[in-house]
Design a protein around this ligand. Structure first.
Ligand SMILES: Cc1ncc(C[n+]2csc(CCOP(=O)(O)OP(=O)(O)O)c2C)c(N)n1
Length: 597
């Protein structure tokens, strides 16, 4: 009897690595693999997306929300090409994903054969950490194991190319022989900590300050207790870049929330006012939101030596595990007895949340998008998972959701691509079938990817222990983020041909798939709509008619940006009057009397 084929061994090896599912789409470049999947009784589980880009986003979402490696698979040529955007999302947000792709038979390679694309070149950039083609069976364990280990080590996408005919060869293991590369399973991690002298230099900088700001990114996720302790001792405030939104609870009075263009005013003020900065696990790129050069002395902690020392002139660059390095640092920190800076930060934060609540309740036509987020915030269970797409929803996600407990959240932080919202949600449900998952997405992103991927939800939701995956669509018939960016940055009016969207009945589409579908076009329907969706016992879509004239401009928008936006409107923006009214009403909330005092 013939032994297992290369494709059988590949699946066996994935199982041995603990891979439980592969997000994928078929094609004849991976027919051998599909046949093996049938023989393996679908273990690991083949999760069928509508499009390979969605399969890649699902793998990214799965990896982001579980911390495990995400695996996706696609056929040669067009299937492989479709994976790219999702894999770039993984690369830019530092997420471990392995892509397995087919290729034409070895005998046809180089012959401009049907669907033959130079995959090694195609994946060279996105999978720059590791991309290899398996051309003989003995290569397989090593190439697969290294693809997985490298993805986990470098927090990056890697790719494995297997020609169709190689998938069908009988597997033969590498021998104890010249030019053979054996391989073994598993990996155990070091916990790197900088040496004592470096910790001492960092402590000296931090102890010399009296107004300390901490910037805590996604690399600090496993260092929650240590961050809280360091912030307590130093009397610091903590700002969070978008991908670090779930690193520290927004209920802590000194956590200023998001930072950056989508960020909060207290984060902005924290960085404007500090004399010392400690960055942990973040390579937040927008220096204009950091202290001025020369204003603050700064220390950085990062696990990856390639990412320290840039973005700001740091005095001490510590390469180490966030939690372990903070644990080494904390005993060397002097408690800041003057708590006045901390009090200022806390007052700013208290005031900020009041402004957010007031802005959410400003009347709009028909629904203020901020209220959609605001009304969900208090209803979220402590272990909810939230994803947002790129678009105006990213602004409201950043500013209006108060994270606490074990909540997790993410979006396409660095690639900022449209379209990952729904597939991230699906990846999250496969990673955590027992947790509530919420996705916020614009109508443009729904038309781009989300609608098709609702079909994937219809296909699988009955397998999830808690079937609730709720998609909230910001239905404003506009590519609103672009409209606002053009107004604010370019001083240009809305260009209708580019930004106006054809109207679609999202609720009707969801209903046609058997999902709970709720249309909302009045503000007081929002709360009941969330309650209905949360109680539905099946996935739900909220089709919410949001007002495109509510400005997603940050509250600290510069005078120049405000002036450009005003000029844009004078140039004949079709939404001129609504925009001016909503902008003024929203902005006014900041200047109303302080209700906490
Ligand atoms: C793949 C991709 N194409 C284009 C863009 C540029 N872009 C960023 S946000 C946006 C508009 C999003 O519109 P929509 O999904 O309707 O959300 P809204 O801003 O209206 O809430 C566009 C076109 C992008 N980020 N990614």
């Amino acid at each position: 009897m013939a032994g297992p084929k290369v494709s059988d061994f590949l699946l066996e090896r994935l199982r041995a690595w603990g891979v439980e599912m592969v997000f994928a789409y078929p094609g004849d470049g991976i027919n051998g693999l599909l046949a093996a999947w049938g023989r393996a009784e679908n273990d690991p589980k083949f999760v069928q997306a509508r499009h390979e880009e969605m399969a890649a986003f699902e793998a990214v979402g799965y990896a982001k929300f579980t911390g495990r490696v995400g695996v996706c698979a696609a056929t040669s040529g067009p299937g492989a090409i479709h994976l790219l955007n999702g894999l770039y999302d993984a690369k830019l947000d530092h997420v471990p994903v392995v892509a397995i792709v087919g290729q034409t038979n070895r005998s046809a390679m180089g012959g401009s054969y049907q669907q033959e694309v130079d995959l090694l070149s195609l994946f060279k950039d996105v999978a720059s950490e590791y991309v290899h083609m398996v051309t003989v069976p003995e290569q397989l364990p090593n190439v697969l194991d290294r693809a997985i280990r490298t993805a986990l080590t470098e927090h990056a996408p890697t790719t494995l190319i297997i020609p169709a005919d190689v998938q069908e060869l009988e597997y033969s293991a590498p021998e104890h022989a010249f030019k053979m590369v054996p391989s073994s399973l598993g990996i155990d991690w070091p916990v790197p900590v900088p040496d004592d002298a470096a910790i001492g230099r960092a402590a000296e900088v931090l102890n010399a300050g009296s107004k300390v700001a901490i910037l805590a990114g996604q690399g600090a996720r496993e260092a929650r207790a240590e961050l809280e302790e360091a912030a307590e001792v130093l009397g610091a405030g903590v700002a969070k870049p978008l991908l670090g939104k779930d690193v520290l609870s927004d209920e802590l009075p000194y956590v200023t929330g998001a930072i950056g263009l989508l960020g909060t005013r207290p984060s902005y003020e924290l960085m404007r006012g500090c004399d010392t900065m400690l960055t942990v696990g973040s390579s937040f790129p927008y220096t204009q939101f950091l202290p001025d050069f020369g204003q603050a002395r700064a220390v950085q902690i990062d696990i990856d030596g390639r990412f320290v020392g840039m973005r700001y002139p740091y005095e001490v660059n510590l390469v180490g595990d966030a939690a372990a390095t903070l644990r080494a640092l904390i005993p060397r920190l002097r408690r800041q007895d003057d708590r006045s800076w901390r009090e200022t930060v806390e007052n700013n934060v208290t005031r900020w949340w009041e402004v957010m609540a007031a802005e959410a309740m400003v009347e709009a036509d028909p629904v203020n998008p901020m209220r959609l987020f605001h009304e969900l915030s208090a209803r979220l269970p402590d272990d909810a998972i939230v994803a947002a797409d790129s678009g105006s929803s990213a602004n409201w996600y950043a500013r209006h959701l108060k994270f606490r407990g074990d909540m997790r959240g993410s979006l396409s932080g660095n690639l900022a691509t449209m379209g990952p919202g729904v597939p991230y949600g699906i990846g999250a449900k496969f990673g955590h079938p027992d947790r509530l998952v919420i996705v916020f997405e614009g109508d443009g992103a729904m038309q781009m990817n989300g609608l098709a991927e609702l079909i994937t939800i219809k296909h699988y939701w009955r397998e999830w222990a808690d079937p609730r995956l709720i998609i909230a669509v910001l239905h404003n018939d506009d590519l609103n983020q672009v409209t606002w960016e053009m107004r604010a940055m370019a001083g240009a009016p809305k260009f209708t041909e580019s930004q106006a969207l054809p109207d679609v009945d999202y609720a009707a589409f969801a209903a046609s798939l058997g999902l709970e579908a709720i249309a909302v076009d009045k503000p007081d329907q929002i709360g009941p709509a969330w309650d209905q969706a949360l109680a539905a016992g099946r996935p739900a879509l909220l089709d919410v008619r949001t007002d495109p004239n509510v400005p997603p401009i940050p509250p600290h928008a510069t005078f120049e940006q405000a002036k450009d936006a005003a000029l844009a409107m004078l140039k004949g923006d079709e939404n001129r009057w609504g925009v001016l009214v909503e902008g003024v009403k929203t902005k006014a909330q900041e200047f109303l009397p302080n209700r906490s005092s």
